[in-house]
Design a protein around this ligand. Structure first.
Ligand SMILES: *Cc1c(COP(=O)(O)O)cnc(C)c1O
Length: 214
């Protein structure tokens, strides 16, 4: 995986060290995760607060240098737990969640960098800030003193992802942001070519998740 990323970085004139591989371990238990930790992987992603709370504290006790990223949608009432557990949050997408996270960060005494998730394909059923509301929302994030890591997207399924990655990169550049969380198992190489700084890869590392929980 790291070798693939490095291979794609070369023609894109990017340094492999500028791309963080987030190993998405959702639905996988500690025995499945341990081999990756043993192989040196230190950055992991989960999409549910409760699931992460159940398995990561023990794993982290043995490896305090592990970095944990929340990549899934977050309910405002779980903001405090998320801020206490995660090192980076990729799903900040609405004013109510911004308020909850800012309050949680004050309370917990920890400022967690957040990517603003953009609804890049303008899909009604998907999370993410609408593109039209992005300038105002980014201004609100900056005003709230919540560390802004960059932009994140999940392109529409079953279509070529590249135009959506390119659009996210342009939006980030327009707003002076360098962090780009984009690319999953099927398209992380394309994402790296188009500037991803964080790729979120699950099944290509762990194998397919159980169909019922995927
Ligand atoms: C599950 C998930 C991933 C990883 O998906 P794979 O296709 O298994 O690599 C990436 N990002 C988000 C937001 C996810 O929920």
């Amino acid at each position: 995986m790291q070798a693939n990323i490095a291979r794609v970085c070369k023609p894109a004139r990017r340094a492999p060290a500028d791309v963080t591989l987030i190993a998405v371990s959702k639905t996988h238990d500690a025995p499945a995760i341990q081999p990756l930790i043993d192989a040196g992987q230190r950055v992991f992603g989960e999409n549910r607060v409760q699931e992460a709370q159940a398995k990561w504290p023990a794993l982290r006790e043995a490896h305090p240098d592990i970095e944990l990223h929340l990549i899934g949608q977050l309910q405002s009432n779980k903001a405090e737990e998320a801020v206490a557990l995660f090192d980076v949050i990729h799903s900040l997408d609405r004013p109510s969640l911004l308020t909850a996270l800012a309050r949680a960060m004050d309370k917990v005494g920890r400022r967690v960098p957040c990517f603003v998730q953009v609804n890049i394909g303008d899909e009604a059923q998907k999370g993410g800030c609408p593109i039209s509301e992005l300038p105002a929302f980014l201004a609100a994030v900056r005003a709230a003193d919540v560390p802004l890591a960059g932009l994140m997207c999940i392109p529409p399924a079953d279509t070529e992802a590249a135009p959506f990655f390119a659009l996210l990169a342009k939006l980030a550049a327009d707003h002076g942001l360098t962090g780009l969380s984009m690319g999953m198992s099927g398209d992380y190489e394309t994402a790296v070519m188009l500037g991803a700084t964080h790729v979120r890869v699950g099944s290509a590392l762990f194998g397919q998740r159980g169909a019922a929980r995927a």
